[in-house]
Design a protein around this ligand. Structure first.
Ligand SMILES: [Fe+2]
Ligand SMILES: [Fe+2]
Length: 286
C-alpha cells in the first residue's frame, strides 16, 4: 500500500512553532524538578495503573487460550523519564511472565539519542515468544530510527517496519507497520505476507486512527498508543493532543487496544489518564 492509502490518515505533523513551544516548556519544567515529580506521582505503585483486557479468539484457536500479551507504549524517554524511573513498570511486567511483550511506539520525546536513556532497562525485558515494537511519530524526528532499531536488537527487541514475524509453533503472527503520520511508507500487505491460513494475527500500529483500516478476520487485536489517554483529560486541554478513540474499541472481528502509555510530552502532568501497563489475555470463551 502507498501513501494514498487510508492507513495514512489522519496526517497531522507538528509545526516547528508547536515543537519549539513544547521544547521550551519541557526545559523549564525539567529544571523545576519535573522528572522527580513524574516518577513519584505517576510511575510509582501509587500512580501506575495495571489494566487487564480479555480478547476473544475463535474456538478453533483454543490452543492459544490463556496466552498473555504485555502492552507498553509511549515511554517518551527524555526530560521527564530516564532508565531507573521505569523500575516499577518493569517489575510489574516481569512479575506476570507474559508470553509476548509488545511496544507501540514513541520511545523518545525529542531526539533519537534519548532511546539510550532507557535501553538497558527496557532491554532487560524478555518473553518466551519475543519482544516486538513499532515506531511512533516521535521516533522519526532525526530520521535515525534505523539506528535505534539496531541498538535495541542487541537486547532481543524486534522493531517491525511493515513486517510480520510468524511464530510457527503457535501458528500466530505479530505484524507491525510504520507510523501513519511520520513513517515514510506504510505497507500492511508486506507485513501480512508471512501469514498462513488459520494463523492468528496481533497487529501493532502506533496511531489508533489507522486501526479501522487494519481490522480484518483473523486479526484479533490492533495495539496502539499515541493519544496518552488524553494525558490531561479535561477540556480545553484535550484539544492540544491527538484524538483519543477510547481505550478499547470493537472493530468487527478485531479489537483496538489503545494504551495510555507510560511517559509524557509537553510537561510531567497527567489528569484522569494515569500511565499504564496493559495485560491482554486471549480467550476462546464467549
Ligand atoms: Fe506519545
Ligand atoms: Fe505519538
Amino acid at each position: 500500500m502507498t501513501r494514498a492509502d487510508p492507513l495514512r490518515q489522519p496526517v497531522r505533523r507538528h509545526s516547528w512553532l508547536r515543537r519549539a513551544f513544547f521544547r521550551t516548556s519541557e526545559c523549564v519544567l525539567r529544571m523545576l524538578g519535573g522528572r522527580a515529580w513524574y516518577r513519584w506521582r505517576h510511575l510509582s505503585p501509587r500512580g501506575l495503573r495495571v489494566r487487564e483486557e480479555v480478547v476473544r479468539i475463535p474456538e478453533a484457536r483454543a490452543d492459544l487460550d490463556g496466552l498473555v500479551v504485555a502492552h507498553l507504549s509511549d515511554v517518551h524517554a527524555g526530560p521527564f523519564l530516564k532508565g531507573r524511573d521505569l523500575d516499577h513498570v518493569l517489575a510489574t511486567v516481569k512479575a506476570r511472565n507474559p508470553d509476548v511483550i509488545v511496544f507501540t511506539g514513541d520511545l523518545v520525546a525529542n531526539r533519537h539519542e534519548e532511546a539510550e536513556l532507557v535501553r538497558a532497562e527496557l532491554g532487560s525485558l524478555s518473553a518466551p515468544l519475543g519482544v516486538f515494537g513499532v515506531f511512533g511519530n516521535h521516533d522519526y524526528r532525526d530520521r535515525r530510527e534505523g539506528e535505534l532499531a539496531a541498538s535495541y536488537a542487541e537486547h532481543g527487541w524486534r522493531f517491525l517496519r511493515n513486517e510480520g514475524v510468524r511464530i510457527a509453533e503457535r501458528r500466530m503472527v505479530v505484524t507491525g507497520v510504520e507510523d501513519p503520520e511520520e513513517g515514510r511508507a506504510l505497507d500492511i500487505d508486506a507485513a501480512r505476507a508471512v501469514l498462513e491460513p488459520g494463523d492468528l494475527e496481533l497487529c501493532l500500529c502506533h496511531h489508533p486512527g489507522a486501526a479501522a483500516a487494519l481490522a480484518r478476520e483473523g486479526c484479533v487485536a490492533v495495539f496502539s498508543g499515541h493519544a496518552h489517554g488524553g494525558q490531561m483529560d479535561v477540556w480545553p486541554l484535550t484539544r492540544f493532543g491527538p484524538p483519543h478513540p477510547g481505550l478499547r474499541v470493537e472493530l468487527g472481528p478485531t479489537v483496538l487496544i489503545a494504551s495510555r502509555g507510560i511517559g509524557v510530552v509537553g510537561g510531567p502532568l497527567r489528569f484522569r489518564a494515569s500511565p499504564e501497563v496493559v495485560f491482554v489475555r486471549l480467550s476462546s470463551d464467549t
